[in-house]
Design a protein around this ligand. Structure first.
Ligand code: PMP
Ligand code: GLU
Length: 401
């Protein structure tokens, strides 16, 4: 049988998640004994805090191992409402919340219930790799606005206006941004909110990195700007990044009742509820002590300061100081046209291949995020790997002619 012919075109034409593909490649090389340093995946190197793990063990022992309501257990939805009120100044009732299998799943649900053929969805580049893929899967068209050449990685009101059409259904806003680490200021959010209100489109606000914001930067939820903005915003968050719980698969969305209801209907046919045990663990994460999060943030900040300084000391590399998340996104365009033993560095992909082959360091090419002049390095890994990784990159760049 010609299996390839049997696969749906929408899946054949979908790009693979490069963040996941590259880190899996690095893991495979490591298993084969290659001394690879992976600065590719955005996954906290910290372990899930002990109080959260203990809660999960207790849940298993107590037999909390059955289906739960599709949209999550009441305790967790109430904890999410409390969190949104306390930390984000947002008022939601539990019925306006849906818990899903990771924020990625929440975003997938949102795309599926909102978008269809002929819709346009604005995405600011650099963007997280998954946004365009999820939008395209619905038949809608991602409209990419490249912000990478502006110093503050932001689109101006005037430019945004030129991309809005009568087909614009939503904008996806990632604050803090993966991969740039940009944290949008209140005024910048107002620019986007204003355009959304004026042109009647929705805002999908992905805030999964909100706990990792450094120094004076201040992360504001776009939905908290005004009632009008809130009424057209779906806020997405989760516990993967904040509590080092990537494997537990808990994310959530808060938004207007009809949209959340549509997501519940879809989820009921797709996955039913997220894992019962993970839901108890996530409730403890949100309501329990937060000292581990503070510790992680302080560590990330030290790593950020170090990696930015070191990258900027490499000739041909220039790195903006990110205000949040755990990524750096240096510009490497000055290295293009240089030659290595294996050929010419033409773009971010050939640069990353060269560094992986020559220095055994894995990074993600900026092309995956819509900005080919850049590469992404994750500093959610231990300081020793970061130090060694950057040293190796420097040596490999020095060899280019
Ligand atoms: N949004 C962004 C911007 C991300 O980087 C990630 C990373 N996994 C997610 C959402 C999804 O997180 P998860 O599904 O693990 O909750
Ligand atoms: N979000 C992380 C990253 O960008 C994890 C992998 C993924 O889900 O894309 O590396």
């Amino acid at each position: 049988m010609e299996y390839h012919r049997m696969i749906a075109i929408k899946i054949k034409s979908m790009g693979e998640s490069s963040t996941i593909a590259i880190s899996q490649k690095a893991n495979l090389l490591r298993k084969k004994g290659v001394d690879v340093i992976s600065l590719a995946v955005g996954e906290p190197d910290f372990d899930t805090p002990e109080n959260i793990k203990e809660t999960a063990v207790k849940s298993i022992k107590a037999g909390f191992t059955k289906y739960t309501p599709v949209d999550g257990v009441d305790d967790l939805k109430e904890a999410i409402c409390l969190k949104l009120k306390r930390e984000n100044n947002l008022d939601y009732s539990p019925s306006e919340i849906i818990v899903s299998c990771g924020a990625k799943h929440s975003l997938y649900n949102i795309s599926q219930v909102l978008f269809e053929k002929d819709d346009e969805v604005i995405i600011l580049a650099p963007y997280w790799v998954t946004y365009p893929a999820q939008v395209e899967l619905t038949g809608a068209k991602p409209i990419i606005i490249d912000t990478s050449s502006s110093e503050d990685m932001m689109v101006s009101a005037r430019e945004l206006d030129t991309f809005v059409t009568s087909k614009t259904k939503a904008i996806i806003l990632n604050n803090p941004c993966n991969p740039s680490g940009k944290v949008y200021g209140k005024q910048e959010l107002e620019t986007i909110a204003h355009a959304a209100v004026e042109n009647n489109f929705l805002i999908i606000a992905d805030e999964v990195y909100e706990k990792f914001v450094y120094e004076d930067a201040n992360q504001v939820s776009v939905a908290a700007l005004s009632e009008e903005t809130k009424s057209r915003t779906i806020t997405v968050n989760g516990v993967s990044k904040a509590y080092a719980m990537t494997g537990w698969r808990i994310g959530y969305a808060a938004g207007p009742q009809p949209i959340i209801d549509a997501m519940k209907k879809l989820q009921g046919q797709i996955t039913t509820n997220p894992a019962s045990i993970s839901q108890h663990a996530a409730t403890e994460a949100l309501l329990g002590p937060q000292s581990d999060v503070d510790h992680m943030r302080k560590e990330y900040q030290k790593r950020r300061d170090y990696i930015v300084k070191e990258l900027n000391s490499i000739e041909g590399v220039s790195c903006r100081m990110p205000e949040g998340a755990f990524y750096v996104f240096p510009n490497i365009a000055n290295l293009f046209k240089k030659k290595s033993g294996a050929g010419v560095i033409r773009d971010s992909v050939s640069f990353c291949s060269y560094i992986l082959d020559e220095a055994c360091v894995a990074m993600v090419p900026g092309k995956a995020f819509g900005c080919d002049n850049f590469v992404r390095l994750s500093y959610a890994t231990d300081m020793q790997s970061i130090t060694e990784g950057v040293k190796r990159i420097k040596q490999a760049v020095d060899k280019l002619k």
